[in-house]
Structures are given as C-alpha cells and as structure tokens.
Design a protein around this ligand. Structure first.
Ligand SMILES: O=C(O)c1ccccc1N[C@@H]1O[C@H](COP(=O)(O)O)[C@@H](O)[C@H]1O
Length: 222
C-alpha cells in the first residue's frame, strides 16, 4: 500500500504547492516559536487554504494551552493536530472533545521503553508518530534531522497505526519503508537546504525516492 507522505515545516506558497503537486497527503505547519520552521497562524491559514481538500492540513504543536489552540483552530482549521510534547492521555481526550479534531500523538524514541508509553494512548489518539529523541542541547523536540533505530518498531503490534519520522531523506526512505510497518512517512529537515528553508529540488528528489521504493524488483529485473 502507498504510504501517506507528510511534508512538514512549510512556510511558502511555492513549497506547499510543490509538495501537493508531487503527492503529499499531509502538509505540516509548525507552531513552536523556537523553531526555524515556525509560522504565524494567519499565514499558515492562507497557505492551508491553497491546498485544503487536496492534502490534509496538520498543525504541529507542543504542549499547547487552549488559547494557542483556539487561535490555530480558528485561523488554520487543521484536519489534524500533531501533539509533539508531553500531552497526557487525559489532555488528548480533552483536546479532542473541545475541538472535534483528529489527533496524531508524537513520541520521541530512543529505546523500547519509549514505545511502551504508547499503550496508554491506544484508543485515544487517532494515529501515532514516532520521531527520534532530540540530541542533547537541542531546543527542538522534533525537526532535528536525526533518525532512531527503526528495528525498535517491531515492539509495536497492529493496533498502532503510525507515521515514521526523524532524519528521513531521499537516501534512507526506501530502507525505512522496507524495515518498518509505517503507514506514513514524515520529513522536514531532509528536504531543506538550511534550517527552515525548504528546497524544491530536494522535495522532488524525496518523492522520486519514495516512488522508486514502492516499485518491487522482479526476478527478471523488469
Ligand atoms: O520541525 C520542527 O522544528 C519541529 C518543532 C517542534 C516539534 C516538531 C517539529 N518537527 C517534527 O519533527 C519531525 C521531523 O523532523 P526531521 O525530518 O527529522 O527534521 C516531524 O514529525 C516534524 O513534524
């Protein structure tokens, strides 16, 4: 099955348009002010409106309060909230009830213990996202361009529908898809020429790599 493809941290019309033209199923906007990918909600709303209905709009937030969420929900009208902080299962339930929105709960992974935390969110979050733990000293909980040990994903059972992220790029995405059961992939820094600066050629190359990854080799080589 084709994986969902989320391009995250977009800030310009041309990169949003290119990602969707190339087949992005999800477009992500970052609402974490310390990030080089931070975007004001009103601009994100304008960009979201360009592609609404063609790709799902994901708002990435980190331990948001209700005022943050009110603004984002009003101005951006995302299909999905990606909760990339330490939101408890109770907080996820509250957010879903208040805003009637799908929630993708992100987890930072270094070892199997990190995956065990997922259990409490099964039946609460609509989908999961697994990212690498931030390197020491990083101010960002995500978007660090580092991968984790994908073999850990074997700890999860079929109840956990997830997107894989963390350090994906054109060179490793085929292996990522082959070695996990991810139903989606999520990339940010792997299609950037500098922190926060998306590159159209790198976006193209990433989609080309995913397309090749999906084509199984035949015994005859055809
Ligand atoms: O990208 C950010 O700056 C960011 C900030 C705060 C929370 C999440 C963030 N990004 C998420 O990180 C992964 C992908 O990162 P990368 O491909 O390794 O750069 C993805 O889930 C983004 O949504």
């Amino acid at each position: 099955m084709k994986p969902d493809i989320k391009i995250c941290g977009l800030k310009t019309a041309e990169t949003v348009d290119r990602a969707v033209a190339r087949g992005a199923t999800h477009i992500g906007f970052i609402f974490f002010e310390k990030s080089p990918r931070y975007i004001e909600p009103d601009l994100a709303g304008v960009l979201a409106d360009r592609v609404r209905g063609k790709a799902l709009i994901v708002a990435v937030v980190v331990d948001p309060d209700n005022d943050d969420l009110d603004e984002i929900m009003n101005l951006v009208r995302p299909d999905i909230l990606q909760l990339h902080g330490h939101e408890s299962p109770e907080r996820v339930l509250t957010i879903k009830a208040l805003y009637n929105v799908l929630v993708m709960k992100a987890f930072s992974v270094r070892d199997a213990e990190d995956l065990r935390r997922v259990e409490a969110y099964i039946g609460i979050a609509d989908r999961f996202l697994f990212d690498a733990k931030a390197p020491k000293g990083s101010e960002l909980p995500g978007g660090n361009g580092v991968a984790f040990d994908w073999s850990l994903m074997a700890w999860l059972d079929g109840r956990v529908d997830y997107m894989l992220s963390g350090g994906l790029n054109k060179d490793n995405v085929a292996l990522a898809l082959a070695s996990t059961k991810a139903s989606g992939i999520d990339i940010s820094s792997g299609v950037e020429s500098a922190p926060g600066v998306k590159d159209l050629t790198m976006i193209d190359e990433f989609f080309d790599a995913v397309a090749s990854a999906r084509m199984p080799a035949t015994a005859s080589g055809s």
